[in-house]
Write a protein that binds this ligand. Structure first.
Ligand SMILES: Cc1ncc(COP(=O)(O)O)c(C=O)c1O
Length: 374
């Protein structure tokens, strides 16, 4: 049997990884400025993470959500403490798309309404509702086109208010910082206007923190730079450092009804051991502060050293925009300098490294990139 061929692959086979380094099957070492697409938060193969996951699988790896699982409660306490959302509820699932799917469904249950406002250049995932909220017709099938979704421009509060005033909107969904759409940062005042408008018109505010959350921008969630408190916050990617896991934080205004949400694998023992170890390491090693410090250093040095069109981001979520297509630069960084990076669209290099990146590793990237541009 052959694999269903939907991914464009680099001809590299990682076999081992440690911290911000990855080694391929030929023994070549690579520097990680991509984090496996923003997934590796605490660095690869952290010894405490390995120990926690190994011990857990040797005891019990899985049982369903029909029995007590104290690990879920432990994780909820840890996320509550680290994020400042201790009064919210946690629902656990398996991925970013599923978290957005659950958030949209919950907002619709809560308000009794069925339309959702999303933003131009958004990405919320590939499942039916999540892809309908994603501003990319190329990845939507006719089956996904029946959801009621309206796209507004980012930072256009008047357009959002026009839509909300129709009275049929269950939620506004916005990324903490748009990732796949090109590191577009909603203004703090826009977040505050969204909060005010959604309250006024009886809609929920959902912030998708799948990529921008979990410490990446130097705050636990990117929207916390603006001071707003959304109704639902969605999570994925870095939450369990590569073990599939997602979840939503739900405001105390919501009432849980038995059976309204559910999943077979969400919150399983192994995922919980991985997620608990991850958040403990994020906290004990002060990785959120590190993301802010090293991210600012990267922004400053790229800005001062390299002739590019624009550099923007917060913490370790950074986009480098160029006037020319970036694919050749990314390929050269990978094969010549042995540095993994990401892209957004045709003209942006996207950096999403582990939150433990050091200043020296950041400089290795900036120097390699600078040399490439000469
Ligand atoms: C902002 C955002 N939301 C949702 C998703 C979907 O997450 P997953 O691929 O885990 O379903 C992604 C993935 O890149 C994302 O960047």
């Amino acid at each position: 049997m052959e694999l269903f061929d939907v991914y464009s692959l680099f001809d590299i086979t990682p076999v081992r990884a440690q911290g911000c380094s990855v080694w391929d099957s030929e023994g070549q070492e690579y520097l990680e400025l991509y984090g496996g697409h923003a997934v590796i938060s605490i660095g690869h193969s952290h010894p405490e993470y390995i120990q926690a996951v190994t011990e857990q699988v040797s005891r019990i790896g899985f049982y369903s959500n029909s029995v007590q699982n104290p690990l879920q409660k432990e994780l909820a306490h840890l996320i509550g403490d680290a994020s400042g959302y201790g009064d919210y509820f946690l629902f656990l699932d398996n991925s970013g798309a599923e978290s957005n799917e659950n958030a949209a469904k919950l907002a619709s249950f809560h308000t009794g309404k069925d339309r959702i406002i999303a933003f131009r250049k958004s990405f919320h995932g590939r499942t039916s509702g999540a892809v309908a909220l994603t501003d990319n017709p190329r990845i939507q099938s006719p089956f996904n086109s029946h959801h009621k979704v309206t796209f507004c421009e980012l930072n256009d509060a008047q357009a959002v208010e026009r839509e909300l005033s129709a009275g049929d909107v269950a939620a506004v969904i916005i990324e903490g910082i748009q990732g796949c759409g090109g590191i577009n940062i909603p203004s703090d005042s826009f977040f505050r206007e969204l909060r005010e408008l959604t309250v006024r018109y009886g809609a929920c505010l959902i912030v998708d923190e799948v990529q921008s959350g979990y410490g990446r921008t130097g705050r636990f969630f990117a929207h916390q730079w603006s001071g707003v408190r959304p109704d639902i916050i969605t999570m994925g990617k870095g939450i369990a450092n590569g073990f599939p896991c997602g979840g939503i934080l739900v405001s105390p205004e919501f009432k849980a009804v038995k059976g309204m949400l559910g999943t077979t694998f969400g919150g399983n023992h192994l995922a919980m051991a991985a997620a608990i170890a991850t958040i403990k390491i994020i906290t004990s090693e002060k990785l959120i502060d590190n993301a802010l410090k090293v991210g600012q250093h990267l922004l400053d040095t790229i800005l001062s050293k390299t002739p590019v069109k624009d550099v923007r981001g917060r913490g370790l979520m950074i986009g480098i925009e160029m006037d020319t297509p970036v694919a050749p630069f990314r390929t050269s960084l990978l094969y010549d300098s042995h540095i993994f990076t990401g892209v957004a669209g045709q003209s942006m290099i996207r950096l999403l490294p582990p939150l433990c990146l050091t200043i020296e590793q950041a400089d290795t990237f900036t120097n390699a990139f600078n040399t490439l541009l000469k």
